[in-house]
Write a protein of this length. Structure first.
Ligand code: SF4
Lengths: 615, 343
């Protein structure tokens, strides 16, 4: 150790991307950085980005796995646009990710991975370190593999195992760079490996510390950084992904309703983690049924709902397509059911691991006959919890199937989430019909909702089905006038869901000329962009309706109050179409279909373009 | 806190056939075999000692799928082919319910084939009654997946070129723990089979040879008519020799290639006749392939074995998990995972 290190510099927000081969442990590395930063009090948002092939060939571009996060001393809405720092564990990772990096951004690479073979696999024709292609960045090429092996040499691990510790070396270096504490990751390593493979625990901790000390001692970085705590509400926090939050929300909704939860589902990317999560909750009485296909997934949920369950089915786009016939059945049966669709790139198999918002049409319209159904969308990983509860609240109050839209970005991304107290949440009222006196299966209450009379209830035997029902009695009816009455009732019932939608929030400047309208997972990017511009004195509003069917009562009037509406969507303009159909308004569309979430900067640019046009 | 209503189950001892007749007019064609099944089910249910409100009948689409409307039980006439999937959800969620699936050869073996095989594979406690009339009735006369090869129908004017399913083989092939066949023309036999099915733990699969008088009249006459029944069918009784013929004078043996052969009992001796073993999958499979004209058509229970049901195993898991975490609550779940406190 020579001279005294320079004092760390303070930054407000930093975006880091960890990228490497699928086998390099980048998801784990990113998760560790996230959890440490969370405990250190930063607000943050993450986005893992992995290949759809489980085992793409090592070293290839297709096999690159990435994890990006933004952490900050301020409120964070997205996982960050362009990374400030890229950690690339091999040439392919560098090649895939470098284009996103900020100018003058930091690149940390494992020099040892830049062999001729790997360079070839990544398609590098010349050495990027000497051909000038990285001139715009600050490159730190470190012999990570070699230094890792040196650090843990004493343990005498087999070469293959030893090399695998290199991601902890890289993590250690980045921890030094951003003044992170090592203890959280150390204790994680201990709990993960300590008992079973103490030598691995030791090796990973040594590698982590070696990486940290490398930054501290070598002075290859001119200085390091601190990012202060973000001003967050007091309380207990946890990290949730969107998929976990849906699972937590479903369990909570069932508890609030005093009924038992049943999930019928078929595995599909990127929704499967909800099935995994709920399969682990047997101790709370949660029943999960892994069905033979998507159709059986929803049908089993319908069968359970018929018997009195808080019923859930989970899927992604192509799976929703298969469920549509059964969604029609649930509509005419008028039974409660929540259908969670974690949207991904389409059409067809499309982009299974990439995000999109292109199933709005499918959710609103893809059924035979007039089959209205409430549709709502979640805005952030943590909001998936609240949106799921809301979906159950609607389903159980109005005896209807409900579609909840999330997306691959929310589902896989994570953010800190303040744990609520269930005792403080509003209950979901549920009443089962038990009185045979005058019982009519299709009689309705003031919400136009019909009674829930479940098998096993004495004296309440009755038949339901997919054939048109006679009003009130529920008997099969082909009477033309009755079909009109029933169609009207089904439509009116869903329209009445408006009664429980709170007044639409207009964020920002109510007197702005331009409002940015969005839905679902683009919330963070839009809010970030709007905040960014408002901080520069631009007048702007942001409106982000949760309910997409029915639309809030007040939305049409609110939108009409602005000179112009900008509507960014990760599709070809689906909500824009719906707004025109409902209110006859033409919005300025901003559509992107790249399988990636919006960046704040993209929205900022789109807003600026509108403002310029408006003069 | 649970919102489920609590009540005493009703007393099943006073139930009669009439208790299960709904107020809906039965709308099958006069002479349709479905009537016999309806009457038999209504006869059997009161004998089971199960409260009326615990019966659930779930069907798909097709003539047979109108069944639930005629039963004074809980019922759902659902969508084409999906009844086993819907009923699986009902049964898995509420194992105490007695859940029946009424389906046909088109509904169960064509559009809903996937659900049927997986329900049986799981051994989930459904009573699946498959009305096999070897034709599409409701859509007015196209061939079905059980129509014999070469069948001329509205959609196969030159005869079919697809090989049919054998429903019993399908059910056995998916691991069915109770697999039986009966016919509309023999109510007594049907009632015995249905009763055994109703009391079976796990999936009970029953094929009913059912005559469609309109589109496929007489499809099973050789098997079901009183005149030929003795010669052309063989009653399966567990532990009893495989005998048939008007005077039980014929029996089944295995030849050296393990093929079933029809023999005269007095020529080979009763001791050499195969004895039915309902716990023998290979035998059940062999029997399922016996048909006229070379063999009699076996009727009755091909296979019946005890194996824990899906719903029981699921309940067991839940009880085990609850016992391991007696103090678990939803609040503690919310507070699990990676947590930290901001002071
Ligand atoms: S068409 Fe055939 S199966 Fe259908 S009700 Fe008539 S006779 Fe019965």
């Amino acid at each position: 150790m020579s001279e005294v290190a320079k004092a760390p510099q303070t930054l407000e927000s930093v975006t880091i991307r960890f990228a490497g081969d699928s086998g390099d442990g980048m998801q784990l590395t990113g998760t560790q950085f996230t959890e440490t930063s969370a405990v250190m009090g930063n607000d943050l948002s993450t986005f893992p980005d992995f290949p759809s092939e489980i085992r793409a060939p090592a070293g290839t571009l297709a096999g690159v796995s990435g994890f990006q996060l933004q952490f900050s001393s301020q409120e964070v809405h997205t996982h960050g646009d362009a990374p400030d720092v890229l950690v690339a564990m091999n040439p392919a990772a560098l090649k895939v990710a470098v284009g996103d990096l900020k100018e003058n951004g930091i690149i940390i690479v494992d020099r040892d991975a830049f062999t001729d073979k790997n360079m070839n696999l990544a398609g590098y024709e010349s050495d990027p370190f000497s051909d000038g292609s990285l001139a715009a960045y600050r490159v730190f090429d470190i012999e990570i593999t070699k230094l890792t092996l040196n650090a843990i040499q004493e343990l005498g691990l087999p070469q293959k195992q030893a090399v695998r510790c290199k991601n902890f070396f890289a993590l250690g270096t980045v921890y030094w760079l951003f003044s992170r504490e090592l203890q959280y990751t150390e204790s994680w390593i201990e709990s993960k490996f300590g008992a079973k493979t103490p030598s691995l625990a030791k090796a990973n901790k040594l590698a982590l510390n070696a990486g940290y000390n490398y930054g501290l001692n070598t002075h290859i970085f001119p200085n390091n950084y601190v990012i202060a705590q973000a001003p967050v509400e007091k309380g207990l926090y946890r990290k949730v992904t969107g998929n976990e939050a849906v699972g937590l929300g479903a369990v909570t909704a069932a508890e609030l309703a005093g009924v038992e939860l049943f999930l019928g589902s078929y595995p599909i990317t990127p929704a499967s983690e909800i099935l995994h999560f709920l399969s682990h909750q047997r101790h709370l009485g949660v029943k999960t049924f892994q069905a033979e296909d998507e159709i059986a997934g929803i049908c089993s949920a319908i069968g359970a709902s018929y018997a009195g369950a808080a019923a859930l089915t989970t899927t992604s786009g192509p799976g929703l397509a298969l469920k549509t016939e059964a969604m029609g059945l649930a509509t005419i049966l008028e039974i409660p059911l929540v259908i969670v669709n974690v949207q991904r790139g389409g059409p067809s198999t499309g982009l299974p691991t990439k995000t999109e918002q292109s199933d709005l049409f499918q959710s609103l319209f893809a059924r035979n006959g007039d089959s209205p159904m409430p549709v709502l969308a979640a805005t952030s990983p943590g909001d998936c919890f609240w949106a799921t509860i809301e979906a159950f609240r609607v389903a159980l109050r109005y005896m209807t199937p409900v579609v909840l839209l999330t997306d691959g970005y929310l589902a896989q991304g994570s953010a800190p989430w303040k744990v609520p107290q269930i005792s403080e949440l509003e209950k979901i009222p549920v009443e089962f019909a038990t009185d045979p006196e005058g019982f009519q299966p299709y009689a309705r209450n003031e919400d136009l909702s019909r009674p829930w009379a479940i098998p096993g209830t004495p004296g309440m035997m009755h038949r339901v089905g997919g054939l048109e029902k006679q009003n009130i009695t529920g008997h099969v009816s082909h009477d033309p006038a009755n079909h009109q009455v029933m169609s009207d009732l089904r439509a009116e019932k869903i329209r009445k869901v408006q009664d429980m939608i709170p007044a639409t929030e207009v964020y920002g400047d109510a007197d702005a000329k331009l409002a940015v309208v969005g839905w679902g997972g683009s919330f963070g990017a839009i809010r970030g962009a709007v905040d960014h511009l408002r901080a520069q004195g631009v007048k702007l509003a942001h409106i982000h309706p949760r309910f997409l069917n029915p639309l809030p009562k007040d939305l049409g009037e609110i939108l009409a109050g602005f000179d112009r509406i900008l509507l960014p969507e990760l599709n070809m303009g689906q909500l824009a179409y719906v707004l025109r159909a409902n209110y006859g308004i033409e919005v300025a569309r901003y559509n992107k279909l790249e399988g990636k979430p919006f960046k704040e900067a993209e929205i900022v640019t789109a807003i600026r373009a509108q403002l310029e046009e408006m003069g | 806190m649970s919102n489920y209503p609590i009540f005493e189950p009703t007393d099943p001892s006073g139930l009669t056939r009439k208790s299960f007749v709904s107020n809906q007019e039965v709308r099958w064609c006069p002479g349709c075999g479905d009537y016999a099944v309806l009457a038999s089910v209504q006869k059997v249910l009161p004998e089971l000692g199960i409260p009326q409100e615990d019966f659930v009948f779930i069907s798909g689409i097709g003539c047979s799928s109108r069944f639930p409307y005629y039963m004074e039980t809980f019922g759902m006439h659902s969508i084409h082919g999906r009844a086993p999937a819907i009923a699986s959800g009902t049964k898995a969620f509420r194992p105490n319910l007695n859940v029946w699936v009424m389906t046909g050869d088109g509904d169960g073996l064509s559009i809903g084939g996937n659900h049927l095989i997986h329900a049986i594979r799981r051994n989930i406690g459904l009573k699946i009654i498959l009305f096999n009339n070897r034709i599409y009735g409701l859509t007015k006369g196209q061939y079905s997946p059980t129509s014999e090869m070469g069948k001329k129908s509205k959609s196969s004017p030159m005869g079919t070129v697809d090989y049919p399913f054998n429903p019993i083989s399908v059910a056995l092939g998916t691991g069915g723990t109770f697999v039986a066949r009966t016919m509309d023309a023999n109510p007594k036999h049907m009632q015995e089979v249905l009763k055994a099915a109703a009391l079976h733990e796990g999936t009970a699969f029953v094929e009913v040879l059912q005559n469609c008088v309109i589109f496929n009249d007489g499809a099973f006459t050789d098997v079901t008519s009183r005149q030929s029944r003795g010669e052309n069918t063989l009653d399966l009784v567990d532990g009893k020799p495989l005998l048939f013929g008007n005077k039980n004078e014929k029996g089944i043996i295995l030849d050296k290639k393990m093929r079933p052969q029809v023999v005269k009992v007095d020529e080979v001796g009763l001791e050499n006749i195969l004895v039915h073993d309902a716990d023998n999958e290979a035998m059940a499979f062999m029997l399922s392939h016996m048909t006229i004209p070379n063999h009699p058509v076996p009727m009755g229970v091909f296979r019946s074995v005890a194996r824990p049901s899906y719903e029981q195993l699921l309940e067991d898991q839940i009880n085990t998990a609850k016992a391991k975490k007696p103090n678990a609550s939803v609040q503690s779940l919310l507070e699990s995972g990676y947590t930290w406190r901001v002071e």
